[in-house]
Design a protein around this ligand. Sequence first.
Ligand SMILES: Nc1nc2c(c(=O)[nH]1)N[C@H]1C(S)=C(S)[C@@H](COP(=O)(O)O)O[C@H]1N2
Ligand SMILES: [Mo]
Length: 356
Amino acid sequence: MPTPHGSEMIVRQDSPANLEFPFHTLSERLTPSGQFYVRSHFPVPELNAADWCLQVGGLIERPLRLTLADLQAMTPRTVTVTLECAGNSRSFLTPKVEGVAWELGAVSTAQWTGVPLRAVLERAGLQAGAREAVLCGADRGCLHEPARTPGIIAYERSVPLGKAQDDVLLAYAMNGEALTPQHGFPLRAIVPGWYGMASVKWLTEIHVTQTPFQGFFQTLDYSYWDQSGPLSPQMTPLSVMQVKAQIARPAIDEYVAAGQPYDITGAAWTGEADIVRVEVSTDGGLTWAEAELTDPPETHVWRRWHYLWQTPGTPGKVTLLARATDSAGHTQPSGHEPGRGKYMITFPLPITVTLE
Ligand SMILES: Nc1nc2c(c(=O)[nH]1)N[C@H]1C(S)=C(S)[C@@H](COP(=O)(O)O)O[C@H]1N2
Ligand SMILES: [Mo]
């Protein structure tokens, strides 16, 4: 599908638009805005900068109504952040599961400019007992599957105030230009290190609460069974991204010359840590060799890597895998934990190519 920027996207769903970055084209560290994946649950709301405003309410001292000009007059901050949809790589799950059938490209990286949420909360003044900031989008609609919404609802998600005050950004620009309608114009949240669902687009309201938010996209959707505790699995909202590497080239089902050098390339990312190692297997996971990291480590940003592969001389199919480790000592699991359902797909993804 030609985008406004003239580049190609993989259309996973027409309406609302769900568009995948063709991951095999990965080249620059920053994804061009016209190729940045798009994940929307409802149609893009019609907002114009002139009469848009951000309301801040709930457990605060001073309710606020901020215009775009008010926000742009505050001290700006620019950060580079990788966003990955929690459902990225879903098409690799067997048996098949519900949801948008993302392959490799529901992940992208951009430079975001805006105002720290902390600065807005400081203006509003938090009341005692405040615990979460609920971020409310202007888009709304009704969903029938896999879970059914109670009629028409808005897209809303919360972040605990610790995270909200640490590094959440209220962004009005992406890669140096105003946000496009599909990416949340005029204002969106960027929640670094968390799966994309937390980075609410088309922000119109921030509501500070005392009790954990239990909205649709925090309970029936975008949750998983946490099996790490001593008790039975607990239903828990998705949050921090899990360590993961992906192969960009060769592409899935590519034909590769036998008996030649081939530079395998890709990227790796994680949540609240840095990528320290990427390993590649060219024999379906029997043996692993270390790849070279081509980007410096930067928390919340993917690191590109490459591995020079001397391809075997015999024609046939070969399965390539990549696996990353982060500075917190986390590495990718060998398989998909059932409790993760249709989300957090981080086992090493088999990329099958044909040598000829
Ligand atoms: N208001 C609103 N915000 C939203 C969504 C949405 O549907 N509505 N989708 C979320 C999900 S699931 C993801 S992965 C990211 C995707 O951001 P992008 O479309 O800019 O890539 O936006 C998040 N923010
Ligand atoms: Mo997502």
